[in-house]
Design a protein around this ligand. Structure first.
Ligand code: NDP
Length: 427
């Protein structure tokens, strides 16, 4: 009788949680010698994935669904080109948090480093290539996509070569060093019928996506002004970032690009006028070839004005501030790898409040990789395709021109839409 009651309670719980017919929790026996787990504790399998009923009270936000990674053999296999900091410190570790992507090959000019990295990530020694051997990737059936983590000026050559062997390309930002290079990269990938995505990680990062939502929903009224800052302090030369030939520019394409791209994705508009000023403190060899800082303003068709600032010689600050008619959104570390925060100031009744919104953490590099993998698997246009990067290149060229001529200029317009469908909430 007690057992029947127990069974009835368990069936009731399963119905309440949606884990009924297909839920295996009914059969969850637990370990011998202990009471069997309740359906809330054991969860169940539904539509091929494990689900747990909500275990917290409804005062709390609901838990995220249990991760549902693809089996290794079904994931999109990536070759990583260039084993520098972004590849080793962010992208490769992010595969461990990805659901649809796995690293299967390396391309590097440093054989010992490549062998060391390959061992750490379970990549076969036979899947390590030199830059000269890149075309051999064509025969590697495990490789469907290639991630390019090379200095900016090498992006064009490697995107074109990867397209030439029929693999899809995820290329780091900035896409290129000129609008002409960017156009060639878009055309090469279109001609080869491969997908090209630019690694605009912030467009996949949950806090930045929440900011976009606040603007689109009109939660705080109309957006009026944007302030975007991306400054950091640089170490000594030599580094490729200080070389015009390898970097194509200074703080603007490296970090100012985050401010520029954010102003575009937050508003969902393209600027029609811009004004810029750049500066390099004299006497420092690091700024002999490139600019140390750029401040630029963008005016959008809706009237929104964005004030952006980037610099290579100031203490780290990566803040995005959105000023609305009826509130303010502040995001310290908006462009950082992690540690995003969001503060919303607005009126509530008779008082002004400043509240912190907490959004569950997700690794933005893993989200970016999985978005591209999803697009490769579904043969779909990515959210940040080559066209998105190409328009930033055109705008950066115009920003440099405005700074050189010391006057506001009309911003170029993209020939068509620059973004594909928004990323799904799970990838
Ligand atoms: P690093 O200097 O750390 O690494 C670059 C790597 O490229 C080197 O380690 C080397 O790898 C390879 N390389 C090949 N030829 C050269 C060359 N002539 N000079 C220098 N390196 C060469 O750069 P990052 O990883 O910081 O940057 C790489 C790209 O990623 C850039 O486009 C940058 O803008 C972008 N990036 C993006 C970030 C993001 O958040 N999305 C953050 C940081 C960078 P090997 O020894 O294997 O050949």
């Amino acid at each position: 009788m007690a057992q029947d009651q127990d069974g009835a309670t368990r069936r009731g719980l399963l119905r309440a949680t949606g884990l009924t017919a297909a839920g295996v929790a009914i059969g969850a026996a637990g370990a011998p010698g202990y009471p069997p787990p309740s359906p809330i504790d054991a969860g169940g399998v539904q539509d091929g994935r494990v689900r747990f009923p909500e275990w917290r009270g409804d005062a709390e936000p609901p838990s995220a669904p249990t991760p549902n990674p693809l089996p290794p053999g079904e994931r999109v296999g990536y070759a990583i080109i260039g084993l520098g900091r972004i590849s080793l410190e962010e992208t490769l570790p992010a595969f461990a948090e990805s659901r649809m992507s796995r690293p299967v090959a390396l391309v590097s000019g440093s054989p010992e480093k490549a062998r060391t990295v390959a061992r750490r990530y379970g990549i076969a020694e036979g899947s390590i290539y030199s830059y000269e051997e890149l075309e051999r990737l064509r025969e590697n059936r495990e490789v469907q996509a290639v991630y390019i983590g090379l200095p900016n000026a090498m992006h064009r050559e490697y995107v074109v070569r990867v397209a030439g062997i029929g693999k899809h390309v995820l290329c780091e930002k900035p896409m290129a060093t000129s609008p002409e290079e960017a156009a060639e990269m878009v055309t090469s990938c279109a001609r080869a019928n491969v997908r090209l995505m630019i690694a605009y990680r912030c467009q996949y990062e949950p806090y930045n996506r929440a900011a976009i939502e606040i603007v689109r929903r009109g939660e705080l009224g109309k957006l009026r002004f944007i302030e975007a800052t991306n400054v950091q302090s640089s170490g000594p030369a030599p580094q490729w970032r200080f070389s015009r030939r390898l970097a194509g520019g200074g703080a603007l394409p490296d970090i100012g690009l985050y401010c520029l791209n954010a102003a575009r994705y937050v508003t969902g508009e393209e600027p029609d006028q811009l004004f810029a000023s750049s500066y390099s403190p004299p006497g420092d060899p690091r700024w002999a070839e490139i600019e140390e800082s750029v401040s630029f303003g963008l005016r959008f068709p809706s009237g929104v004005v964005a004030n952006c600032l980037c610099g290579y010689d100031a203490f780290n600050d990566k803040t995005l501030r959105l000023h609305f008619e009826r509130g303010t959104v502040e995001m310290p570390d908006a462009f950082s790898y992690e540690g995003q925060q969001m503060y919303v100031s607005r009126r509530e009744g008779q008082i002004a409040v400043r509240e912190q919104r907490r959004i569950p953490h997700k690794n933005q590099f893993a989200l970016e990789l999985d978005h591209f993998s999803e697009c490769v698997r579904a043969n779909r246009q990515p959210h940040t395709p080559g066209e998105e990067g190409a328009h930033d290149q055109a705008l950066m060229a115009a920003i440099y021109r405005s700074a050189a001529e010391g006057r506001p200029i009309q911003a170029p317009k993209p020939p068509g839409p620059t973004r594909g469908p928004a990323p799904s909430s799970e990838s």
